[in-house]
Ligand binder design. Structure first.
Ligand SMILES: NC(=O)c1ccc[n+]([C@@H]2O[C@H](COP(=O)([O-])OP(=O)(O)OC[C@H]3O[C@@H](n4cnc5c(N)ncnc54)[C@H](O)[C@@H]3O)[C@@H](O)[C@H]2O)c1
Length: 335
């Protein structure tokens, strides 16, 4: 008997799009990419060639109109997500959309309404929920292994900022970067955030400051269940990608550390040292990107609910916008 296969199209063949293409082409036997679109036609062609995708085009509407494509993976620049979600839903395609869904709640509401109207599935690319460390912390919180949860601390620092061209359309640090941590915080604690307070600066990057963006941010979260959370972000940790979590409660604490290419420790007369952590998201979260895509393909093929919803995408965006308002007003903001 033939294995059921999901035919997909990819929109956006940049850093994250090509990584998803490789997973779909090489590691998910029940998926087949038929078409990739990117306004940079050379990028689309390269991605197609590397990942055995039969066709590459410049105009994404070709993907939406392809009769054999049932699902679309949206990895184009952030400001294009909402309009492409709306058009994909109207074309009756299931959707996996990279974060953030959009830069405003009005755009998200329009896109979510289109998804509901069309009755298609939409998953949002919050891959960290699928990471083994995140899943273990969630399990410990949900099953009472740390007693009553009281504190959540997330450290999330990039090794280096993205190019200025990317930053210009990214929506700023809260919508582009901290949004992963807002979603992770909701996922780990299993309760909604009701209040945020943010402080931030552009300490190391005058060019970022000129764009009105920040490289250093701390956000305090108050959850409906009383937990107090903190998120510590930097765009530039010179020692590499720093991704740690600690959940503390009345019965104990669970913490996760960074991951390394090896666990060798070199001890000499001068000191003790080890290699740097896995450098950035493509290396550190490789397993989680594959798991999220497998979950999406399985949900469409099996007609089951997607594990990360449009509403999750909306909530994380609402928190990012509240954090930005808090920073601007220098006071806490209710959500
Ligand atoms: N989940 C994650 O961990 C993660 C990581 C990185 C990026 N992202 C998100 O993925 C998106 C892309 O990020 P990236 O790092 O790959 O950026 P990128 O700049 O490397 O790639 C974006 C690509 O989209 C193309 N594009 C722009 N507008 C288009 C349009 N109208 N039609 C077709 N293609 C278009 C660009 O030409 C470019 O090739 C962003 O929204 C970003 O927030 C998510």
């Amino acid at each position: 008997m033939a294995i059921p296969t999901l035919h997909l199209g990819l929109i956006g063949a940049g850093r994250i799009g090509c990584m998803h293409a490789e997973n779909l082409a090489r590691r998910i036997p029940s998926a087949r990419l038929l078409l990739v679109a990117d306004i940079d036609k050379e990028a689309a062609a390269k991605c197609a060639e590397r990942n055995d995708i039969p066709e590459a085009v410049g105009d994404y509407s070709v993907v939406l109109n392809h009769p054999d494509i049932r699902a679309i993976v949206i990895c184009s620049a952030t400001h294009t997500h909402a309009m492409i979600v709306e058009a994909a839903a109207a074309a009756g395609k299931h959707i996996l959309c990279e974060k953030p869904l959009a830069l405003s709640l009005a755009e998200i509401d329009r896109a979510l309404a289109a998804v509901t109207r069309a009755g298609v599935k939409m998953q949002v690319g919050f891959n960290r929920r699928f990471d083994a460390n995140s899943q273990r912390v969630r399990q410990a919180v949900a099953q009472g292994e740390i007693g009553q949860p009281q504190r959540l601390h997330i450290i999330s620092r990039d090794p280096s900022p993205p190019p200025l061209e990317y930053l210009k359309t990214s929506g700023g640090i809260f919508l582009d970067m901290t949004i992963h941590d807002f979603d992770l915080a909701r996922f780990l604690i299993g309760s909604e955030v009701v209040e945020v307070y943010s402080a931030g600066e552009a300490l190391g990057h005058p060019d970022m400051a000129a764009l009105g963006d920040l490289d250093t941010v701390v956000t305090l979260l108050r959850f409906a269940n009383g937990v107090i959370g903190t998120i510590d972000n930097s765009r530039e940790a010179v020692y590499g990608y720093d991704q740690r979590v600690e959940a503390f409660g009345s019965g104990g604490v669970i913490s996760t550390g960074n991951q390394y290419p090896n666990n060798a420790v070199l001890s000499t007369a001068q000191g003790v040292r080890r290699d740097l952590p896995l450098h950035f998201f493509l290396e550190r979260y490789a397993d989680s990107y594959l798991a999220e895509m497998k979950a999406f393909v399985a949900a469409v093929l099996g007609d089951s609910p997607v594990p990360v919803t449009g509403e999750d995408g909306r909530m994380a965006t609402a928190l990012a916008l509240a954090a930005r308002r808090s920073l601007e007003a220098n006071r806490s903001v209710g959500v």
